[in-house]
Design a binder for this molecule. Structure first.
Ligand SMILES: [Ca+2]
Ligand SMILES: [Ca+2]
Length: 237
């Protein structure tokens, strides 16, 4: 009788151990697969991003009536893979634009590496359609563009058009982003989404396009007609 009970206990223990082993195995397997899904493809590496601290959290409530507004991801942006050796070529490079005497700050702050949300870290340009452009000093292969207009509070900037060219006058250029749905910036009609500014900045896939100059248009935001920039980064080689 006693032997029989012992046997039963042993059998339960064995089944429990087997169950745990299989469950844990499946869990580890799933974790491995997840890891593999974000592993860089051969010759590629995740962009070496250095993101500023978030200034607000949660889903923004202050944005109403913006059409084609992208839903926030609700989690950190996944890594962006580009060929190894790609870095931010815009850092410290010269900025020119349609308003070279900003209302607040100086245009050189747009490539000074400071991406903080705070007052003193953003440049305020005049109202309505304005542009800034960065000179990479020679033709480069561009894989990603990252920009922060403003991230102290949730905002949507309008007519965000990003163009690449080898001509400083942009007589001929290629748009890599355009959310001007009614051509009010006169750069052509775009189909890209409106989006909410966050501390992660807006990352645009530039797909290895070649060019020396990158131009950024905007036409005010949901809070005012003014235009702001904290930083732009151009990842390439
Ligand atoms: Ca800056
Ligand atoms: Ca527009």
């Amino acid at each position: 009788m006693q032997m029989n009970t012992l046997f039963k206990i042993m059998r339960v223990c064995f089944l429990l151990a087997a169950f745990l082993f299989l469950t844990l195995g499946a869990y580890v397997d799933a974790a491995d697969k997840k890891q593999a899904a974000v592993k860089a493809p051969p010759g590629m590496a995740a962009l070496p991003l250095d993101l500023p601290k978030p200034a607000f959290a949660g889903t923004p409530q202050n944005i109403k009536g913006v059409k084609q507004l992208e839903k926030p991801l609700g989690r950190p942006r996944p890594p962006f893979f580009a060929p190894k050796g790609v870095k931010n070529l815009a850092l410290g490079k010269k900025i020119t634009g349609s308003d070279e005497e900003p209302i607040v700050g100086e245009i050189k702050m747009i490539t000074d590496g400071d991406k903080k949300a705070a007052d003193g870290s953003y440049v305020e340009l005049g109202p309505f359609t304005q542009y800034i452009q960065v000179d990479l000093e020679e033709e480069k292969e561009i894989y990603a563009v990252l920009l922060w207009h403003y991230h102290k509070q949730a905002r949507v900037y309008f007519d965000v058009v990003i163009q690449v060219s080898n001509d400083p006058e942009f007589a001929k250029s290629t748009a890599i982003y355009n959310n001007d749905h009614d051509n009010s910036a006169e750069q052509g009609v775009g189909k890209d989404n409106h989006y909410v500014e966050t501390s992660e900045g807006r990352l645009v896939d530039a797909k290895g396009i070649k060019g020396r100059y990158v131009r950024f248009y905007s036409g005010g935001n949901n809070a005012s007609d003014l235009n702001h920039y904290i930083e732009v980064e151009v990842y390439g080689k």
